[in-house]
Ligand binder design. Structure first.
Ligand code: NAD
Length: 276
């Protein structure tokens, strides 16, 4: 495992590298190249999903790296249309086939889709997959407290991870605190605000100057110091390298305090209660 990236403890006794690599919106060929580059740069966790349509490319990128399978923490996700007990098991098999692997390190329910009301059945399928050792850890994504409370009430199994939209201007403090109370790691998606306005914000630019880092590195360091797992995406080799170089400096208390003031209702993606 890369010595620079700390490991986070999960509530199932396993661990996950705190910083990994996301591959949304890249096709198979680009994913294969980007994953190989990321692994060369020292990333040891990859986040994909069935709906990204690039599981084959991700699997290829891991093979190309020459690393043993157990050196890479691999996450994929169950898509909304496949929710339900049997359909989840089938979708999982299909993901493994495309990834070319016998197991994933983390399998997530991508969205709760409360209108369909199948996430508890899907969760029971994930529990089975974990029991079989084919999904080493299981978790959720975009779950609100009510959805997690229902999983706890009906199955007694807490997710290891809740992957949610998180960036300095959308800090979701209440949800992150809820996750923490249940021993659930908060994993940040779109940690750079998808590379938009956030990275041009004067505060990030100022802190970048102060620390001799980029605005993206300031945002990623904020995640690290907030205790999130974080999965920035890039297809550009220099940025892939830049985004993992965030373990050789620290934001001080005043920096963190100033960044806290950026928090607002800057959600980019859909609200989890609404996506169907
Ligand atoms: P992100 O916040 O990681 O931003 C990525 C974009 O930021 C890049 O496409 C690029 O334009 C820019 N960028 C990257 N590095 C940069 C740098 N060093 N300097 C300047 N600009 C830079 O956005 P994302 O891809 O949406 O999120 C990361 C990952 O989270 C995804 O790839 C995916 O794996 C996951 N994700 C999950 C969900 C979910 O519902 N669970 C939703 C969205 C994303």
């Amino acid at each position: 495992m890369n010595p620079h990236v700390p490991m986070l403890d999960l509530n199932d006794g396993r661990q996950v590298p705190q910083l990994g690599f996301g591959v949304w919106q890249i096709d198979d060929a680009a994913a294969s190249a980007a994953v190989a580059t990321a692994l060369e740069c020292g990333y040891r966790a990859i986040d994909t999903a069935a709906i990204y349509g690039n599981e084959r490319g991700v699997g290829e990128g891991i093979s190309r790296s020459g690393l043993p399978r157990d050196a890479v923490h691999l996450t994929t996700k169950l898509w909304n249309s496949e929710q339900g007990f049997d359909s989840t098991l089938r979708a999982f098999d299909e993901s493994l086939r495309k990834l070319g692997t016998e197991y994933v390190d983390l399998y997530l329910i991508h969205w709760p889709v409360p209108a369909k009301d199948r996430y508890v059945d899907s969760w029971k399928a994930l529990e089975q997959l974990r029991g079989e050792g084919r999904a080493r850890s299981i978790g959720v994504s975009n779950f609100q407290p009510a959805h997690i409370e229902r999983l706890l009430a009906e199955t007694g199994t807490a997710p290891a991870v809740n992957q949610i939209e998180l960036h300095p201007d959308f800090a979701q403090r209440e949800l992150v605190a809820f996750n923490a109370r249940h021993g659930i790691v908060s994993e940040a998606w779109s940690p750079l605000g998808q590379g938009g306005e956030l990275l041009r914000h004067p505060l990030l630019v100022q802190l970048a100057g102060k620390h001799g880092k980029s605005a993206a590195q300031i945002a990623l360091r904020w995640h690290v110091q907030r205790g999130h797992m974080v999965i920035p995406k890039s297809q550009t080799p220099s940025r892939i390298r830049e985004n993992i170089a965030v373990f050789d400096f620290q934001l001080d208390e005043a920096d963190m305090h100033a960044l806290a003031a950026l928090d607002g209702d800057h959600r980019i993606g859909p609200h989890p209660d609404q996506l169907s």
